[in-house]
Design a protein around this ligand. Structure first.
Ligand SMILES: Cc1cc2nc3c(=O)[nH]c(=O)nc-3n(C[C@H](O)[C@H](O)[C@H](O)COP(=O)(O)OP(=O)(O)OC[C@H]3O[C@@H](n4cnc5c(N)ncnc54)[C@H](O)[C@@H]3O)c2cc1C
Length: 452
């Protein structure tokens, strides 16, 4: 039924599938649905690649090499496959992808609610509402920077920034900076601020350490080659822990092989344990820094040994070993923020998705959407782009293709087996024809006269 657009006309007013979000995940899903002739629309609150345009910092380059920037039906074909793409280039790549695949994207359209109505979903936006048989939530995993509650204990005169607020070192007031978090984001900020002349302290909790290059190849080559990225969610021992793993300490650069606590300390950074609290302007750090770093070192060595098995068989250059993380004999346990001249605290403490607009009872006790590899615990509702959703690579750009294929196949099967699409209201018919005309052409809210 859904392979034939003419047959779809019998259901004038109905949309088979609504995809929410026009990042790489939503666009990939749109591409695959389009290839199968599935009637769908992509709703995007900003422009295509909105997160990359508005929620990243100026100097950011992808930490995955260019050759790995690939989506269904599209491969990187530039002249620098081993380089690292700046955000502006990635935005262009995604825009081109949307245009060349004819993705039906309605931009500047914010979804404010998704509700189940009988066997369908009513998707309400700031430009009106639509009804669909299935909905794909491709709204990203990093909508909200996670900031611990103890942020409220910081004195008012200290500026607090999240990765969504931070654009460049220029905006950071003179003086010391405390960066909380030692994963890719925190370490990249630390390197940039040290370079700009700031006094930098990094509070390090659990982190994942990796060299940029190993045995003559980029580390992402080896993660691929050894099948680590393809490990499935139902094969992982502790899936909850796997899904919470921080991003590896890497930067998209061919110049520096290593971005880690040792390299930052060499540049003058002070490293402390996890920030545990702030009382009367005194920051208190965990004494577990040595253990946390020893664990990260151990896991890195274990990963490199796994790679060695394949690299030896491939005849790669000899293995390198990396020095363990150097820890002061007397680690920093407290810091008087004023005396240390700290003017800014940056929370590089991770991100979480925002489903505050999802009015379907699919949340567990912790507020996470209940799903099995992206198939949500509600018929016709799907997720895409979350960490370790179906595979270790699920939240990476290069990882979306396999997940999107699996999800689109399940979704098409669901539609073919009879997801309902009758009983559409009159205004939805009008809404649908209007949406079709909005391909890549944003209209001001209310301009279409839709039901608000
Ligand atoms: C700092 C950082 C660096 C990263 N670097 C890399 C990297 O080097 N390589 C890599 O492969 N991955 C990287 N990632 C991971 C991942 O690729 C990105 O997070 C990517 O943006 C996720 O794509 P997505 O399509 O799932 O979500 P997003 O790109 O976030 O797209 C979701 C879209 O949904 C829209 N949306 C959200 N809510 C609504 C709503 N209610 N109504 C309508 N639209 C809505 C948003 O505006 C957005 O455009 C990085 C992530 C971060 C945070």
């Amino acid at each position: 039924m859904i392979r034939d657009r003419h047959t779809n006309d019998r259901f004038a007013g109905a949309i088979d599938v609504i995809v929410i979000g026009a990042g790489h995940a939503g666009l990939s899903m749109s591409y695959l649905l389009g290839m199968e002739g599935v009637d769908h629309i992509v709703l995007e609150r900003g422009e295509i690649a909105n997160s990359w345009r508005n929620e990243r910092w100026d100097s950011l380059k992808l930490l995955t090499p260019n050759w790995q920037t690939q989506l269904p039906g599209r491969r990187y074909d530039g002249d620098d496959p081993d380089g690292f793409m700046p955000v502006s280039e990635l935005v262009g790549f995604l825009e081109n992808y949307a245009v060349s695949s004819g993705a039906p994207v309605a931009t500047n359209t914010t979804v404010t609610s998704v509700r189940r109505e009988g066997c369908r979903y009513r998707v309400t936006t700031d430009r009106g509402s639509l009804v669909a048989r299935a909905v794909v939530l491709a709204t990203g995993a990093c909508n909200i920077p996670s900031v611990p509650k103890l942020a409220a204990e910081l004195p008012d005169h200290i500026t607090q920034l999240t990765p969504h607020d931070y654009h460049s070192a220029d905006q950071v007031e003179d003086g010391g900076v405390l960066i909380v978090g030692a994963s890719a984001t925190g370490l990249q900020f630390a390197a940039e601020l040290l370079h700009a002349g700031h006094d930098v302290t990094v509070a390090a909790g659990e982190h994942v350490r990796m060299p940029r290059c190993y045995r003559g190849r980029d580390i992402f080559y080896w993660l691929d080659r050894c099948g680590i990225h393809d490990e499935r969610y139902d094969e992982v021992e502790d899936i909850n822990r796997g899904r919470r793993l921080p991003s590896p300490q890497l930067v998209g650069s061919n110049d520096s092989n290593v971005l880690d606590l040792n390299s930052l300390a060499e540049q003058g950074a002070r490293v402390s344990g996890r920030l545990m609290g702030v009382r009367d302007g005194i920051a208190q750090f965990s004494g577990s820094l040595r253990n946390v770093c020893a664990l990260a070192d151990l896991k890195m060595q274990r990963l490199l040994r796994t790679i060695d098995e394949t690299a030896d068989a491939d005849g790669a250059p000899a293995p390198e070993r990396f020095e363990g993380t150097r820890i002061d004999n007397e680690p920093l346990l407290t810091l008087d923020l004023d005396k240390a001249g700290i003017r800014t605290v940056i929370w590089a403490t991770g991100f979480r998705p925002d489903y505050s607009w999802l009015d379907v009872p699919v949340f567990d006790r912790k507020g996470h959407v209940r799903h099995d590899g992206g198939i949500v615990d509600a018929p016709g509702l799907y997720l895409l782009g979350l960490p370790l959703m179906r595979r270790r690579k699920s939240s990476f750009i290069f990882g979306i293709e396999d997940d999107a294929r699996d999800i689109s196949e399940h979704l098409i099967d669901y539609l073919n087996k009879g997801g309902q699409n009758d009983g559409i209201h009159q205004d939805d018919t009008r809404a649908r024809s209007d949406w079709r005309r909005t391909r890549h052409v944003p209209a001001p809210a209310g301009a279409l006269g839709l039901r608000a």
